[in-house]
Design a binder for this molecule. Structure first.
Ligand SMILES: *[C@@H]1O[C@H](CO)[C@@H](O)[C@H](O)[C@H]1NC(C)=O
Ligand SMILES: *[C@@H]1O[C@H](CO)[C@@H](O)[C@H](O)[C@H]1NC(C)=O
Ligand SMILES: *[C@@H]1O[C@H](CO)[C@@H](O)[C@H](O)[C@H]1NC(C)=O
Length: 287
């Protein structure tokens, strides 16, 4: 039997040790503090964490862990809960919580494919990456690039809802058609790349005419394909066997329920013998 005056200091010492565990609690930590903390995690102090100090788990001594924007994970002793690391933070590869900590819910620890080569030189480049990479639209009107980013934001603003896909937006022309000059009889192609949510419809017109191309013109064709990125559409306008009458301004219009946007390019068709006369359509042509 130990006398009371010895037991109390021992208990306090026990609690003190527990509190000195590097990533024991992240409660309401701000970024500066978190940085200090990361530094602390990197020191030799961590070496005893999986040693005798945490042999016996006493859940009742665990601190209540609050304010975890990426959910809870077990600490290095597999005993108490602590905050999971956020997307973009350093992490321990594998499922052992040794040095940098474990990624929060829905994330995995991945080595940076470019800088990962330096790992054995003591530079650590494994980071938490969200498993799902589908963009989502928040009820605050902001687009969240993945579920993890949304969860982080939802932690700060409870009641923030989200729906699949980016927020609704007027189409954006990522790649507009470019001015072209060629000789009659040649074949020309204009490209127009449009991002939109909901997806856009892309239409081509020649300025001064109401017809949506190709209309009934057998030497004009329009082709569209989804991509190259998600929520994008690529559309090509091809004019074969061009004649001088094809010269003019061609306009692609991206339209969805939110609105429309357009971009235009000039086509200059020169007589065959003028092939090398000019590279600028407006110098040589009345269009
Ligand atoms: C602590 O963990 C490391 C890595 O998992 C291991 O190599 C080491 O032997 C462990 N130390 C103790 C005292 O269990
Ligand atoms: C989110 O959804 C819940 C339940 O559907 C609703 O009560 C709440 O008002 C919504 N929050 C926002 C910000 O729209
Ligand atoms: C000009 O016409 C030729 C022959 O049809 C074609 O191969 C070439 O790609 C055209 N150049 C441009 C810039 O459209």
């Amino acid at each position: 039997m130990l006398p009371g005056e010895i037991i109390l200091p021992l208990l306090l010492l026990g609690v003190g040790l527990c509190q000195s565990f590097p990533h024991y609690t992240y409660d309401d930590m701000d970024d500066d503090l978190a940085m200090t903390f990361d530094y602390y995690k990197d020191t030799d102090e961590v070496d005893y964490r999986n040693g005798s100090v945490c042999e016996e788990c006493m859940p009742e001594l665990c601190h209540e862990t609050r304010g975890c924007r990426a959910g809870l994970v077990r600490d290095s002793c597999g005993c108490c809960f602590e905050c999971g690391n956020l997307e973009g933070q350093s992490c321990d590869l594998g499922d052992k919580n040794v040095h940098y900590g474990i990624c929060g819910e829905g994330m995995e620890c991945k080595l940076d494919p470019i800088n990962g080569a330096y790992e054995d030189e003591g530079v650590h480049d494994a980071q938490c990456v969200c498993v799902t990479q589908e963009p989502m639209c928040g009820s605050d009107g902001r687009t969240y690039m993945n579920l993890c980013k949304y969860k982080e934001a939802a932690f700060e603003s409870p009641g923030l809802n989200v729906s699949d896909g980016p927020c609704k937006t007027v189409p954006i022309i990522k790649v507009p058609p470019r001015d072209l000059v060629n000789v009659s009889g040649s074949s020309v192609v204009f490209l127009c790349e449009v991002f939109a949510f909901p997806m856009a419809l892309v239409e081509w017109r020649k300025d001064g005419k109401d017809v949506i191309l190709p209309g009934d013109d057998p030497h004009i064709s329009v082709q569209s394909r989804g991509g190259p990125q998600k929520y994008e559409l690529s559309s090509w306008l091809q004019i074969e066997e061009t004649t001088r009458a094809d010269s003019g301004t061609y306009r692609c219009t991206g339209r969805n329920e939110v609105g429309d946007v357009s971009a235009a390019a000039v086509l200059g068709i020169l007589p065959p013998d003028r092939r090398c006369a000019s590279s600028r359509p407006d110098e040589e042509l009345q269009v």
